[in-house]
Write a new protein. Structure first.
Lengths: 347, 856
């Protein structure tokens, strides 16, 4: 019996005309209300804080340009990934430290002398394992100015008395990334329980730069930022990433949804070649039918546009046919049924 | 049963001439009724526009209130005004057009010019390319065009420098600080050539831009804006009529002033006032105008407001339609009904009707049926020409004589008719399923509890709707696509969704215990309920084993085995040899009994089995007596002892951690600082305590505890539930997911807690339980947690509802085509083969099972 089924896989196929899109939407929408804040989601020590549940799903299907909590998983090459010291060293290379985090307050400008004084927070410096001297030399190199350290503070001699230039420089300094990769965020080292290797978690998603760091295992670099993946690896990777992220989020919530539904959602979001959200600016707002768009959101806008440009509603979709009271062109509505009315012959 | 064929719908604007042609009456009296209460000729309720009062006759078509569809009238505006909704389009056009040569300032046509006419042609020819040339693309090419215009500083045709047009909402346009009058704008727009318009994507046949400026205002028929007669006899006019009166009044005043040769400033003021009223008439929420209001202060609902939003024409009346042949009442449970039946109260069954088509073959039966006097009886006869006649005792003979082939008799609902049953919110398609009708006494709809999961129904006052499909086609579709047995496996994940639950599982769990023995009387009673009138082989002492009785339900020669945490579960040759039935072996999940039966014997057999086993289970629960009281949740002395021990252990451990932290001896976790590490370690410790408590409960609690038994069966409740009620509640958390820590400025939650205390109890670890009662601090902590989740739930339902609406709107056009590809209704390819393998999600559990068996 079992053999029969797996040989003739058609037994398990979807039926022609099935409204798979609607079913996918329902499979995601119906359990939406069950997505509860997990009562005991504080479970593991390793778990990182990231958006989960419904907000995360919404973020993904809306194709938000950047996630609320970007995370990059940086696995390392085999030669170093068991050596904690080397991994930590690499982490420091990636870890993004902004001037604004290590400064005690905004730079103080002395317009008369053309000096900028930056007081640094000793505590922050310590936790980022930097010294004021390092910061000073870095500033000097990056900005091509004269910078020196004195009593834990950094002084920059601008050699100018132009207040505008000094102010511009000090704002620039406040925004500077002093060490690590811009957009990589704060990093931590974690240990993989199964393989015993160390890996780095970064609270940013600049994989375009991280991938070029020596020692990073390029084949295993991954992030939860779908658009970062799209930019670096292309639309197919982005599609897979959407599926992976949706799947993971649902699994966390203990909601079982077949992957095929998620694939369909991801495919319709990406089939145009770029990532489109499902809302009025994405898939729904770009339908062929004027009536379908008007029935969704921004009713008046779509009708006015249609009238002004002489648009045509081809009456192909579901919504517009329901609006005018016709059968929908899906499922049994996509075929016609005829019955012969002549009298059957008596036997 | 559907509308005439519609090829496509083309949108456009009416020219002033077309408007005049469409109109049956020029209206010039800004009033409604005269003193006698009759509509004024030339007024807004002119009888040529149609009638709504039952006694009157339409002066255009001669129809009465019911038969006259209404006719348009028009107002001739003495000065043209801008249709404010088109302001933005007017602005782009004025920006694009050269004021000296009247050309659109764009030399070559945009990259992919798709003239609307071509699209139209392609749509009718249904070529592959038609799908490619979609409206969004058109929109994109238009965007290109207007971008180019913005870049150019002078006209590429005559070299005149471009003038900047300033637009200010809603209808003001300025060139070099000179305010353009509507008629000037109209002149400019009318000089744009059709070819130039095409470059911008505008179809000049349907939408000449000068028609954006109105000179003949079309007035909708009275049917669109009926007046209401209040109880006091006073008439109350529709909002649209009010606005139209305003427009006509100002129009008349403007005319008088023009004729009298009033100064320009007065004319301009009135002109602007007219513009305001027309703007408000189209959209009373236009940015830049104060909304027109009633005397009561309520804003008028004008044309745009009628269409817009959830209660607007589109979403309220067009996307959602009201139906006949339906009923609604409270639901209640009836485990004796088969799972594909629905119990319908006699009162409802006698009012709902099903058509009986009279043909030459069933004429005798039809005549006989028509003469029936008691239920089920004929309610109406619909004659060939569509007239519906009620069947009453006095006209039976008459109708009988007139009965002919092609007539339809509407008969009362009876047993086994097909009905569509629904519970809102209809979140997925199994919220609407087809059932067989069973007419019953009483006033509620009855259903088997096995079908409650897909409806998400319970019987605490829920109401459900019933619909009776009226055509044979609809009945067939309902029967073969929507009937309950075809929905047993969920489309979401392939799991069994229609199944016995709660007591329906507990009974089987108890029955299939090794020790269960039943007397001959008991055994035959149980089996007879499951519609089996045979007894299995008795044991030596004349009793019957529970497993044997359960096996009687199984199909002959059935084989199945699975492994669970509670040991193996084996069915050999239709006999349960090993293991007990519980949630892990029976229904939801992978490799379960129901899935195997469904795969091997089909859905009808599966339906039979679910029904039979649920009845058997219910009966055994009743027989064995399973009851849950407070007693179940009072921990015994041993468990209580363990609880105290466990709590003191965890408290010692945590204070050890805190001590280490204070002495800086704590080893921080990778990637976290000392403080974060401490917090995480404490949380881990507390979670460990919770898990340990569960273990202790399992170890020392009496196994006869009904609550525990239900947890083992998986029918209701879990060990954690019992633990929380009889041992301790455990950690309460806030919305953000951490321990509770807000309050006074040191972060302590209550004044009873020392500042900076991070011990378990200070941060929401509840050590007491429901049965013994919560301590004051614990109660507060628990309330914090409860309130948090309550707030979150309210937020979540609203957000998830909207997410669902967006998702379904984006995906609803997708369906499976002949080659198993997924395309939308315009033919755009989304997947070359559905899901990469064409497998239906409803069958994945079959696939898994089949694959596993193959491997073995």
């Amino acid at each position: 019996m079992a053999k029969k089924y797996s040989d003739g896989r058609e037994e398990f196929h979807v039926e022609k005309g099935d409204p798979v899109g609607m079913i996918a939407a329902q499979s995601m929408g119906e359990p939406g209300t069950q997505m509860v804040l997990r009562a005991f989601h504080l479970a593991g020590i390793e778990s990182t804080i990231s958006t989960s549940g419904l907000p995360r799903i919404a973020e993904l299907v809306d194709a938000k340009k950047s996630p609320a909590t970007p995370i990059t998983y940086v696995y390392l090459e085999k030669s170093i990934n068991k050596d904690l010291e080397k991994v930590v060293a690499l982490m420091k290379k990636i870890n993004e430290v902004r001037m604004s985090t290590i400064m005690r307050h905004a730079p103080m400008e002395n317009f008369g002398k053309g000096l900028i004084k930056i007081s640094l927070s000793g505590q922050e410096l310590e936790s980022e394992q930097l010294t004021a001297k390092q910061v000073a030399s870095k500033l000097a190199k990056e900005l091509e100015v004269e910078a020196y350290e004195k009593e834990g503070a950094i002084y920059i001699n601008t050699h100018t008395k132009d207040a505008k230039k000094i102010r511009a420089l000090s704002t620039k300094i406040s925004k500077m990334v002093i060490s690590g990769i811009e957009g990589a965020g704060k990093t931590t080292v974690q240990k993989d329980k199964n393989t015993g290797e160390f890996y780095i978690i970064a609270a940013g998603s600049n994989i375009e730069s991280i991938i070029n760091v020596d020692g990073v295992d390029k084949s295993r670099l991954t992030t939860n930022d779908v658009f970062a993946i799209y930019r670096l690896f292309g639309i197919e990777a982005a599609r897979n990433s959407i599926i992976k992220e949706l799947n993971q989020t649902l699994k966390e919530q203990k909601i079982s949804v077949d992957e095929r539904h998620l694939m369909l959602i991801a495919d319709s979001m990406t089939s145009s070649g770029s990532i489109k959200g499902v809302g009025r600016h994405g898939l729904s707002g770009q339908k062929n039918s004027v009536l379908a768009r008007a029935a969704y959101e921004e009713t008046v806008k779509h009708l006015i546009h249609a009238a002004a440009f002489g648009e045509i509603d081809p009456m192909e979709g579901v919504t517009e046919n329901i609006l005018v009271g016709k059968q929908i062109p899906i499922g049994t509505g996509s075929v016609k049924l005829g019955i012969k009315t002549e009298q059957p012959k008596k036997k | 049963m559907q509308a005439e064929f519609i090829d496509y719908i083309r949108f456009g604007i009416l020219s002033p001439e077309q408007a005049k042609k469409l109109s049956v009456a020029k209206l010039n009296v800004p009033d409604t009724y005269n003193e006698d209460g009759y509509p004024i000729d030339g007024g807004l309720l002119d009888q040529r526009l149609g009638v709504i009062d039952p006694g009157l006759i339409c002066k255009t078509c001669g129809g009465r209130a019911k038969s006259c569809p209404g006719h348009f009238g028009h107002i001739e505006l003495v000065r043209p005004v801008i249709h404010s909704e088109f302001s933005k389009v007017i602005h782009t056009l004025l920006d694009a057009v050269c004021f000296s040569c009247n050309r659109v300032m764009i030399k070559e046509a945009p990259q992919s010019p798709i003239p609307v006419k071509v699209v139209e042609k392609l749509i009718s020819s249904k070529e592959e390319e038609a799908a490619a040339l979609t409206v969004p693309q058109q929109a994109e090419s238009k965007k290109d065009a207007s971008a180019k215009i913005k870049l150019s500083k002078k006209c590429p045709f005559c070299g005149t420098p471009k003038k900047k047009i300033k637009f200010s909402s809603p209808t003001y346009f300025y060139v070099d600080d000179y305010k353009l009058k509507p008629d000037e704008i109209r002149d400019t727009l009318s000089k744009i050539s059709n070819d130039d318009l095409e470059k911008l994507g505008i179809n000049s046949e349907t939408s000449r831009p000068e028609w954006f400026i109105l000179s003949n205002l079309l007035v909708p028929p009275v049917n669109v804006r009926p007046s209401i007669t209040l109880e006091s006899g006073e008439r109350s006019e529709d909002d649209l009529t009010h606005k139209l009166v305003d427009i006509m009044r100002i129009n008349q005043r403007l005319e008088q002033n023009l004729n009298a040769g009033a100064p320009q400033i007065i004319i301009d003021d009135l002109w602007e006032l007219l513009q305001y009223h027309v703007t408000a008439y189209f959209n009373n929420e236009t940015a830049g105008i104060p909304p027109a209001r009633h005397r009561s202060g309520r804003a008028l609902k004008t044309l745009a407001q009628r269409l817009k939003g959830k209660e607007g024409r589109f979403r309220y009346n067009l996307s959602g339609k009201r139906v006949n042949f339906s009923a609604r009442t409270v639901i209640s449970v009836d485990p004796r009904l088969d799972i594909d039946q629905v119990g319908v109260p006699y009162e409802i069954a006698s009012k709902l009707t099903v058509p009986f088509y009279v043909t030459s073959w069933n004429m005798p039966q039809a005549k006989e049926f028509l003469m029936r006097k008691e239920y089920p009886t004929a309610v109406n006869v619909i004659t060939k020409d569509g007239k519906r006649k009620r069947v009453i005792d006095t006209n039976r003979e008459e109708l009988l004589a007139a009965l002919q082939v092609g007539d339809i008799i509407e008969r009362q609902l009876k047993d086994n008719d097909i009905a569509i049953f629904n519970r809102q919110p209809s979140l997925h398609r199994i919220s609407i399923m087809a059932h067989r009708v069973k007419v019953l006494p009483g006033k509620t709809f009855r259903l088997n509890y096995c079908v409650t999961p897909p409806y998400n129904a319970d019987f605490d006052g829920d109401e459900m709707n019933l619909h009776i499909p009226q055509t044979l086609e609809a009945q067939a579709e309902a029967k073969y696509l929507m009937e309950v047995q075809y929905q047993i496996f969920s489309q979401r994940d392939g799991d069994v969704i229609i199944t016995n639950n709660e007591d329906g599982i507990t009974g089987m769990y108890l029955l299939t215990q090794d020790s269960t023995r039943l007397s001959r009387d008991e055994a035959s009673y149980l089996l007879s309920l499951a519609d089996i009138y045979d007894l299995p082989k008795a044991e030596k002492d004349g009793t019957y084993a529970g497993k044997e009785i359960f096996s009687m339900l199984l199909p002959k020669g059935f084989n199945f085995q699975t492994k669970t945490s509670m040991g193996a579960f084996t069915i050999k040759n239709g006999k349960l040899v090993d293991g007990v039935v519980n949630k892990d072996t029976y229904g939801r999940g992978e490799n379960r009994l129901l899935i195997k039966i469904g795969m091997d014997y089909g859905l009808d057999e599966l339906k039979r089995f679910i029904f039979a086993s649920s009845k058997l289970s219910d009966a055994y629960v009743t027989l064995a007596g399973v009851t849950v009281g407070v007693k179940e949740y009072i921990a015994n002395a041993r468990v209580e002892e363990e609880r105290v021990k466990l709590l003191s252990e965890v408290s010692a451990k945590v204070s050890g951690l805190i001590e280490d932290y204070k002495n800086r001896k704590l080893e921080p976790l990778l990637g976290y600082n000392l403080k974060e590490s401490l917090e995480r370690m404490i949380i881990a410790e507390l979670n460990l305590a919770r898990d340990k408590a569960g273990e202790m409960l399992l170890k020392y609690e009496n196994k006869d505890n009904s609550a525990l038994q239900m947890a083992f069966a998986g029918s209701r409740g879990s060990v954690l539930n019992i633990e929380q009620m009889s041992m301790f509640l455990g950690q309460q958390s806030t919305l953000s997911g951490g321990r509770i820590r807000r309050g006074y400025y040191t972060g302590r939650v209550l004044p009873h807690i020392a500042p900076r205390d991070v011990s378990p109890t200070a941060r929401g670890f509840v050590t007491t339980n429901y049965t013994a009662g919560l301590s004051a601090i614990d109660l507060f902590m628990h309330a914090v947690g409860s309130r948090g989740s309550e707030v979150y739930k309210a937020l979540l339902t609203a957000r998830s509802g909207y997410l669902y609406r967006r998702l379904s709107n984006a995906l609803q056009d997708l369906s499976i085509k002949e080659d198993l590809s997924v395309r939308d209704t315009s033919g755009n390819l989304v997947q070359t083969i559905y899901g990469g393998d064409g497998i239906s999600p409803a069958n994945v559990k079959f696939l898994k099972l089949a694959g596993d068996e193959e491997k073995a």
